[in-house]
Design a protein around this ligand. Structure first.
Ligand code: NAD
Length: 302
């Protein structure tokens, strides 16, 4: 039987509706409006489109939002001062510096300068540590991994006691999602294995997975025969493998492929995310969720 398709587009839309309500209630109860600033250095077209999407989402939810564009020759010191200014701005609850930033600026220095309590991307070492400790300690969850967990939960998969195999060990996806899934609590409590370029037999590990999370950045790395029948497959990979002409606009658009051979895998898996339309739409939504949480904490509401 063909797998159920887990639509990130639909689930993200549901969560955004919930966040819209929460934002309105927060404003009514406490007068606090979630505030998000996105700082963009330079005009990298991909970065421009990412921050535009983040600002659009923030507007739609009723946030106070600022798009702060800076020239690509801004000095490291000036960028640090800008971050400090938003750290001290009580109307701002979330600060996001769009990556990558130009090479003459030390990226780590900038990310580490963000107040951890406003670090809605969850890249600050303090928040990475809080995530590792888990429970109430974890103020924010990093956006893509949080989106992955939410997809698994809302697709109705039991995570407690499940064998979760994560392909990839990046700081942005692999390591944090592994950490999230092994914590005690809702949508977690799993037995987690992380496989990577140093793993001897990728296939044998993937075959054990009740929940298989793939974030390698290698098109169609996971073969259909590596999937346990009925498993939940979350394909994080977004790989540009060529270009095609869009029927809508007549302009060239990238052809995207995931890390899993979707057409073949959907005949074996119990549920699977498509690429695009799976994990992608969840990432910005989780950024909005973190910003609402930050605003609530600042208003003294848990
Ligand atoms: P990365 O390159 O930083 O990390 C990839 C990881 O996969 C590495 O740890 C590496 O060890 C492992 N890996 C690579 N090739 C492998 C192989 N052949 N066998 C076993 N392990 C292998 O990438 P990343 O930032 O974690 O992103 C991974 C993919 O997810 C990319 O395609 C990226 O575009 C996508 N991504 C999507 C979103 C989203 O919102 N949808 C967000 C982040 C990343």
């Amino acid at each position: 039987m063909a797998a159920r398709i887990i639509s990130g587009t639909e689930i993200a839309a549901q969560i955004r509706e919930e966040l819209k309500k929460e934002t309105a209630e927060l404003k009514e109860k406490s007068g606090v409006v979630p505030g998000l600033v996105t700082i963009l250095v330079g005009k990298n077209p991909a970065s421009v489109s990412y921050v535009t999407a983040k600002q659009k989402a923030a507007h739609e939810l009723g946030f106070y939002s600022i798009q702060d564009d800076q020239p690509d020759d801004i000095s490291e010191e000036s960028l640090l001062q800008l971050v400090y200014r938003y750290n001290n701005d009580s109307k701002i609850h979330g600060i996001l510096v769009q990556l990558p930033i130009p090479k003459h600026i030390d990226e780590k220095k900038i990310l580490n300068a963000i107040d951890p309590d406003k670090d809605v991307d969850c890249f600050h070492p303090i928040n990475v540590g809080r995530l590792m400790i888990g429970g109430d300690e974890a103020r924010f969850l990093p956006c893509t991994p949080a989106g992955i967990q939410e997809l698994i939960v809302r697709a109705g998969f039991e995570t407690s006691g499940a064998e979760v195999v994560v392909v990839g060990r990046s700081n942005i996806v692999g390591k944090p999602i592994a950490n999230i899934m092994l914590q005690k609590g809702r949508g977690a409590n799993s037995t987690v294995t992380v496989v990577h370029t140093g793993t001897k037999d990728l296939e044998s590990h993937c075959k054990r997975a009740d929940i298989l999370i793939v974030a390698a950045g290698v098109p169609h790395l996971v073969k259909p025969e590596w999937i346990k029948p009925g498993a939940c497959v979350i394909d994080v990979g977004v790989n540009r493998v060529g270009e095609k002409i869009s029927e809508k606009t007549g302009k060239p658009v990238p052809i995207l492929k995931g890390d899993v051979d979707f057409d073949a895998a959907k005949e074996i898996a119990g549920a699977i995310t498509p690429v695009p339309g799976g994990v992608g739409p969840m990432t910005i939504t989780m950024l909005m969720k973190n910003t609402v949480k930050s605003a609530k904490i600042s208003a003294g509401i848990k």
